[in-house]
Design a protein around this ligand. Structure first.
Ligand code: EPU
Length: 406
């Protein structure tokens, strides 16, 4: 039996930190995860001239009053996908931004045409050449923005710019993920007028100025899910504290269907796996559906379920780079179009494997916990982008896992 506490949300942190550029007073953000993506944003904000007081594991205070920068080059944006939020934040701050296309996890083609379409609707001129987005406007003006598909990043980016636009922006077909609601709460704590976050229509009435605030980000939904899956994988009895169980309903439902006992309390979830875990069918969807970010760790768990499972990916076509690595460990899996067919096996075995992206890394950690023998996981820096000291957390639950310095 073990207990573990979840860190603050990665995907909320990477939106809230650039959002602090929208005001000229200090903003203090608490409960930020101590991960590489947060460190990269600290460096970028400092390069833009903001004062950042960051005490990892405690809080970050951002004072953007002296910031005059609006250019971010590829040497910085390549460090994280969410660097594209600097576009919306800088447009809201000063009406211009020159930001190189992001790097980050490269598991699929990840266009940002919808973000740019949103900025254009708000009166921005966009020039997209040489791997850099040049965006500028004389007057950021609220407007209707209709997304062609549900996009988390697009919704966040337009919210950021719209917070300081003249007039009202209405975002239709908006994403509903918990971090959208968290960003709206942060913006509103700074004096913004955002309504409807968590539904598919978000209204942002732009304001001239925002003020400083102190804000605590929500716990990480995907870390919570990864730990739930890891507990199930090891047949351990684990209580995950400091989480929001209602964010986890899609995963909880699947674990229950597998025969795993899941008990929810106000801010904790207890996993008590059963010896026999049934195969299930999973399909990723936008929130509140099954999150694509848990697709890879869930696939690893199902490799040893009893029977044949399917996992269908509907958000990112090519998010399957973990499959070859799982096969090395004895998984019986076949990819058919966008669906993984998994025939549960009784045993998996340790092997050297390589991480290709953040959640593929989580999948390999889960597989390593289930496998007999030693699994060596290479390229772990992908994992550090989004999980705070994952090996220490799992070791505290009894896992035999350690980081080797190579
Ligand atoms: N899309 C477009 N054009 C756009 C934007 C999106 O075609 O302009 C497509 C994408 O290619 C994809 C779909 O729309 O097929 C959804 O993409 P979305 O914009 O929602 O994803 P994202 O903003 O790039 C965020 C998270 C991801 C998470 C997805 C889906 C952040 C920083 N990233 O990405 O998180 O998988 O939403 O929930 O919030 C992760 O944490 O490992 C991660 C990749």
């Amino acid at each position: 039996m073990g207990e573990i506490t979840v860190s603050g949300g990665k995907n909320t942190a990477v939106a809230v930190i650039p959002a602090a550029l929208l005001c000229n007073e200090p903003c203090t953000i608490e409960n930020l995860p101590d991960i590489a993506d947060v460190h990269a944003l600290v460096d970028i904000l400092r390069l833009l001239g903001a004062k950042v007081d960051y005490v990892a594991g405690s809080h970050m205070t951002i004072d953007a009053s002296g910031s005059t920068g609006y250019q971010v080059d590829y040497s910085q944006t390549r460090r994280l996908r969410a660097s594209y939020y600097l576009l919306g934040a800088l447009l809201g701050r000063c009406g211009k931004a020159e930001v190189a296309y992001p790097g980050g996890c490269d598991f699929a083609s990840r266009p940002i045409d919808q973000h740019l379409k949103g900025f254009q609707a708000l009166g921005c001129q966009i020039d997209d050449r040489g791997g850099v987005v040049y965006a500028k406007t004389e007057r950021l003006t609220g407007n209707d923005v209709f997304f062609d598909m549900v996009t988390v990043g697009g919704t966040i980016n337009v919210m950021l710019a719209a917070a300081r636009a003249e007039g009202t922006t209405v975002i239709y077909n908006a994403a509903k993920e918990p971090h959208i609601v968290d960003l709206a709460n942060f913006l509103n704590s700074m004096g913004a007028k955002v309504k409807g976050a968590g539904t598919d229509v978000i209204r942002v009435r732009g304001v001239k100025e925002l003020h400083g605030c102190t804000y605590t980000v929500i716990p990480d939904q995907i870390e919570t899910g990864t730990l739930m899956i890891a507990a199930a994988a090891t047949r351990g009895d684990v209580t995950i504290r400091g989480c929001i169980p209602t964010h986890m309903e899609a995963l909880t439902a699947k674990l229950l269907e597998m025969g795993i006992k899941v008990t929810e309390n106000d801010d904790s979830i207890r996993i008590q796996p059963q010896t026999v875990q049934r195969a299930v069918n999973v399909k990723t969807q936008v929130y509140p559906g099954f999150p694509t970010d848990l697709q890879q760790p869930m696939t690893a768990l199902l490799c040893m379920a009893n029977g044949t499972s399917t996992v269908s990916e509907t958000i990112f076509e090519q998010r399957f780079k973990h499959l070859d690595e799982l096969r090395r460990m004895g998984a019986k899996i076949k990819l058919m179009d966008r669906t993984v067919l998994i025939e549960g096996v009784e045993e998996m075995y340790g092997a050297p494997v390589t991480v290709t992206d953040l959640r593929a890394g989580a999948a390999l950690v889960v597989a390593g916990l289930m496998a007999k023998g030693v699994t060596e996981i290479y390229e772990t820096s992908f994992i550090d982008r989004g999980y705070e000291r994952i090996e220490e957390k799992l070791r505290s639950l009894g896992a035999d896992i350690r980081r080797e310095k190579l």
